[in-house]
Design a binder for this molecule. Structure first.
Ligand code: ARG
Length: 470
């Protein structure tokens, strides 16, 4: 086994158990690209500042190119003995280019190195996640565009409340996912700041040009305090919180999809490939994908708790505790990306390469939605508003309509199925025009204020989203 980077002082080797316990290479090797990019930017600056020779920088570049090839080809020999991604790459560099490799770590510590790597890696992941959030929004907008006139009952307390357009309902989720995208972009600003140059904790004796490194790496600034630079993980917690909110929105959508596709509702179907059968009940098609997404929300929120708790007791500056930031962060990113991908496809479908048409998105049963909206007196508020327009105070109108609902319930009919005479018995100002008000279309059209469910409003929202998302 190779000697450790700090072996001179130690009188006995690490036990295998301690090695396994303290090493991180088998999960942090996924930071390799960021690690190499950070090292090259650091080396370029060391050369520009005449801290290392131009020939050393050239050798480091050559060695890193070779290491990149080896890793990409799956031929890099990752060693547990070398603890983490940073020491593995540095050891290989030195094996390849000799002393130049040993000069790379001048003015640098793994403490500022790892903080830089995680930020660089997370920045790239955030960009992917924002794209996936936009793809999911596009899928929702597409289904909404085809369903502006489709009416379903809107619920409060899961009790029928007022009729809404199915498109309007879907666009509520578009709002949520757009806030998520904006939140991610806001977090990105604080991720994209450079710790490198903080060294172990106190800064360094070499004349580093930190701003140059930040420019090379496309970062928006440098950490202004070295102690904070190496020990800050706020950016990871913020990201994790933003990711948790994405999953909360996914989970609410999942819950609705599951309800809507149950036999008792029958509002929608999702494509078979997102469902599974039962090993005992031959008739079953279970909504496994939305259920799993709802379940995975717990795991992502759990990682947020893990990261917050990880930080709460740490004194300044770097502590090894911080190595525990990686697995929750990695798992959050993986879970989020897979979930967003699968939801965009499940909602919007996928282009069939043979026909060029989209297939396999949500199938809407407009008749079932309409039938459900016609039960439960969803237009009772409309009747109350109608009476208000005839001059009744709203509270009196509310009371009057409650009596009308009671009668309709006794007769087992909808409000619109009561006769004009029956309605007039509750209030003489009711006229023939009441039946337009009691229709589902009448109810929707009447809610024509900004943000309301009237088709005219929904169409203008759809236009706004289309212009924004392309
Ligand atoms: N693998 C470590 C981490 O993930 C790198 C930094 C280690 N620094 C140290 N002084 N032990 O945090």
């Amino acid at each position: 086994t190779k000697a450790q980077a700090w072996s001179a002082l130690f009188s006995e080797p690490m036990s295998d158990l301690v090695k396994r316990y303290t090493s991180s290479v088998f999960f942090d090797k996924r930071l390799w690209q960021a690690d190499i990019a950070g090292s090259l930017a650091h080396a370029e600056m060391l050369a520009a500042q005449a801290i290392i020779a131009p020939a050393d920088y050239a050798a480091i570049q050559k060695g890193m190119a070779q290491i990149t090839q080896e890793i990409e080809a799956g031929q890099f020999d990752w060693q547990l003995d070398l603890e983490d991604v940073h020491l593995n790459i540095e050891a290989r560099l030195t094996a390849l280019v000799g002393d130049a490799g040993k000069r790379l770590h001048t003015g640098r510590s793994r403490n500022d190195q790892v903080a830089t790597d995680v930020r660089l890696w997370l920045r790239g992941e955030i960009d992917l996640i924002v794209e996936l959030l936009q793809a999911l929004q596009r899928a929702l907008v597409e289904v909404a565009e085809n369903n502006v006139e489709v009416i379903l009952p809107g619920f409060t307390h899961l009790q029928v409340a007022q009729p809404v357009s199915f498109a309007h309902h879907l666009l509520a989720y578009v709002e949520m996912f757009e806030r998520d995208a904006q939140r991610m972009l806001d977090v990105r600003k604080r991720v994209n700041v450079l710790p490198l140059g903080s060294a172990a904790l106190a800064g360094t004796t070499y004349p580093l040009d930190r701003e140059r490194v930040a420019r090379t790496l496309g970062m928006e600034g440098v950490c202004q305090n070295s102690l904070d630079g190496v020990s800050d993980r706020d950016f990871a917690i913020e990201f994790s919180a933003a990711a948790s909110l994405v999953m909360v929105h996914i989970s609410r959508l999942s819950e609705e999809l599951i309800i809507w596709m149950s036999q008792n509702f029958g509002f929608i179907k999702i494509a078979d490939r997102f469902t599974t059968g039962s090993s005992i009940m031959p008739q079953k098609k279970n909504p496994d994908v939305p259920e799993l997404a709802r379940g995975k929300t717990g795991r992502v929120v759990g990682h947020l708790m893990g990261l917050i708790t990880l930080m709460k007791g740490q004194p300044l500056a770097y502590n090894k505790d911080n190595q525990e930031d990686k697995e929750p962060l990695f798992d959050t990113v993986d879970t989020l990306k897979d979930t967003l991908r699968i939801f965009a496809e499940m909602v919007g479908g996928q282009i069939n390469p043979h026909t060029g048409c989209k297939e396999g998105g949500i199938t809407v049963n407009a008749a079932a939605m309409r039938a459900a909206a016609q039960k439960g007196y969803a237009t009772a508020t409309d009747l109350a508003d109608y009476l208000v327009k005839k001059g009744l105070p709203f509270r009196d109108a509310h009371e009057t309509v409650a009596h009308a609902v009671k009668l309709a319930a006794q007769k087992g009919v909808d409000l619109s199925e009561l006769s004009l005479a029956e309605l007039q018995a509750f209030n003489p100002s009711v006229a023939d025009d009441v039946f337009a008000v009691l229709s589902l279309e009448g109810s929707l059209n009447a809610r024509n204020t900004l943000g309301g469910t009237a088709p005219a409003q929904v169409r203008s929202q759809l236009q706004r989203h289309r212009a924004r998302l392309g």
